[in-house]
Write a protein that binds this ligand. Structure first.
Ligand code: SAM
Length: 473
């Protein structure tokens, strides 16, 4: 039944295979010979299969857990360096016809304020985001063919890209909207989106159907096969994720890796990113109603194992997580984080007050400003990056992966991170952040191995101080 190459959801995410995987993991979770063999393979940077990674997830032997945490940190350094890419979500509309029981946008929620941004309101939101320093957005919308048809989404993308306010610009729009048709994915590709993101929520079909009792999202196969349609439509950067807390985390973890293996096997390129959201409190949602919530320790273990199982896939942590948790998982393999996020529709230009009826999707745990986040990252010795170069230079899909595999990050992403940080410091940073950042850029320039790249990056950084913008390798 299990077939990684199949285009049928229930064959590439086979329930039977996941169950056998979990049995295999339980049988070998203390088997040092098997564990050491898996760790040796991970050390060769070949990634791990869902079976191998599941054994490590089940393993509680402290020295072995320590080994894979250390390895995750090493792989993160080797492939991604110390830069962290920043982005913000932009909620376009919370009209939704689905019935997702964990999401306050579900159609039966009469309490939430329903809002849909007009193009004028988008200009206000994007201006506010540009004024913070953001260059990369992830647009979010509920599923509603009448209120949020694909034409509306495409119009919003055009508006977002067209806004040039002071030195600001949104240079990459990632899209997180419901599963759709090949034709619509083609339209999104033509609109020059970055990554198409769609969370699976849960890979467990029976639970999936119960958690999505109504609306088009009820269809497990249509949702699970969406990434194949996106790739058929020409989008080669896709972002996976599960909503941890809905089902048993070990089941989800195996399913997530099977999905990545499937994309790699069928399309020759795995997921561009993996997100690891956990359920949060929201308008009429109580997270304690979902009894599969995971501890911070398990969460960290999952992050470390994603890093060593799919070394070339970016990992995203949103503001669903607190500063403390983010600090813990950053070194384990996270490559992108959101900053200063608002999950309400229109919340950047006009933040909602506590007394107002909310339009927010969930409560954010990390409420700091972008300047505070940038400052914090630099104090932890990370380079906050506003880079969007890869997809603008056509380095998507396997071309990005090969850059990563050949460890060219230091000659490419690293200088791009420094140049975009310099733009941020010049245009948006507080005095303290600027001072910290200038010193960091000086230090980090020295790490660029190729002398020519180093010289050009230094010249561009000088030019940015003189008022020029948008350099990239
Ligand atoms: N409507 C689209 C869809 O169905 O995929 C777009 C996604 S929605 C705007 C973004 C994601 O937020 C969902 O895929 C879900 O995983 C997550 N989400 C929903 N409710 C949440 C909650 N209470 N806490 C945390 N994340 C939640």
């Amino acid at each position: 039944m299990y077939n990684v190459m199949s285009l049928k959801a229930e064959e590439f995410i086979s329930d039977e295979e996941i169950r056998e995987t979990l049995e295999y993991a339980d049988a070998h979770k203390e088997d040092l010979e098997v564990i050491d063999r898996i760790l040796a393979k991970a050390r060769e940077r070949k990634g791990l299969t869902h079976r191998e990674a599941s054994v490590l997830l089940a393993c509680d032997i402290p020295e072995k857990v320590e080994e894979f945490f250390t390895l995750a940190e090493q792989l993160k350094k080797d492939y991604y360096g110390n830069r962290i890419v920043l982005f913000a979500p932009l909620y376009l509309s919370n009209y939704c016809v689905n019935g997702c029981v964990y999401c306050p946008y579900h159609a039966k929620n009469k309490h939430i304020a329903r809002k849909k941004l007009t193009q004028e309101e988008i200009i206000k939101e994007v201006t506010a985001l540009q004024d913070m320093g953001h260059k990369r957005l992830a647009i979010e919308a509920g599923e509603d063919p009448v209120n949020n048809p694909i034409e509306y989404i495409l119009e919003c993308i055009r508006t977002i890209y067209s806004i040039k306010h002071k030195n600001g610009a949104i240079r990459r729009v990632n899209v997180n909207i419901a599963a759709t048709t090949v034709e619509n994915y083609r339209k999104l590709k033509e609109a020059e989106i970055g990554t198409y993101i769609l969370f699976q929520e849960t890979y467990h079909k029976e639970s999936y159907e119960k958690l999505h009792p109504a609306g088009p999202k009820h269809d497990y196969a249509y949702h699970t096969e969406a990434m194949d349609r996106a790739m058929e439509g020409g989008i080669d950067d896709v972002g996976l994720g599960v909503l941890f807390g809905l089902e048993l985390y070990r089941y989800e973890f195996a399913g997530l890796l099977m999905h990545a293996e499937h994309l790699e096997a069928v399309h020759g390129v795995g997921p561009h990113t993996i997100s690891v959201p956990r359920i949060k409190h929201a308008d009429d949602i109580d997270p304690s109603a979902f009894d599969n919530s995971i501890s911070d320790d398990i969460f960290a273990k999952i992050c470390a194992l994603i890093r060593i199982s799919v070394p070339y896939t970016g990992m995203i942590i949103s503001t669903r997580e607190s500063q403390e948790v983010r600090e813990r998982v950053l070194p384990l393999g996270v490559s992108q984080i959101s900053g200063a996020s608002r999950t309400s529709v229109g919340g950047y230009a006009e933040p909602e007050t506590k007394e107002e009826v909310t339009s927010a999707q969930f409560d954010v745990s990390d409420q700091r400003t972008l300047d505070e986040v940038v400052n914090w990252l630099m104090k932890l010795d990370y380079i906050p990056s506003f880079c969007t170069a890869c997809y603008r230079e056509g380095r998507t899909g396997d071309r990005f992966m090969s850059l990563c595999k050949n460890m060219q990050i230091l000659n490419c992403c690293h200088p791009n991170a420094l140049m975009t940080l310099k733009e941020y410091l010049e245009d948006y940073a507080s005095e303290e952040t600027k001072e910290l950042g200038m010193a960091l850029i000086e230090r980090e320039l020295e790490k660029i191995p190729n002398p020519k790249v180093k010289r050009i990056a230094a010249e561009h950084i000088h030019d940015i101080a003189e008022g020029k913008r948008d350099f990239r390798f």
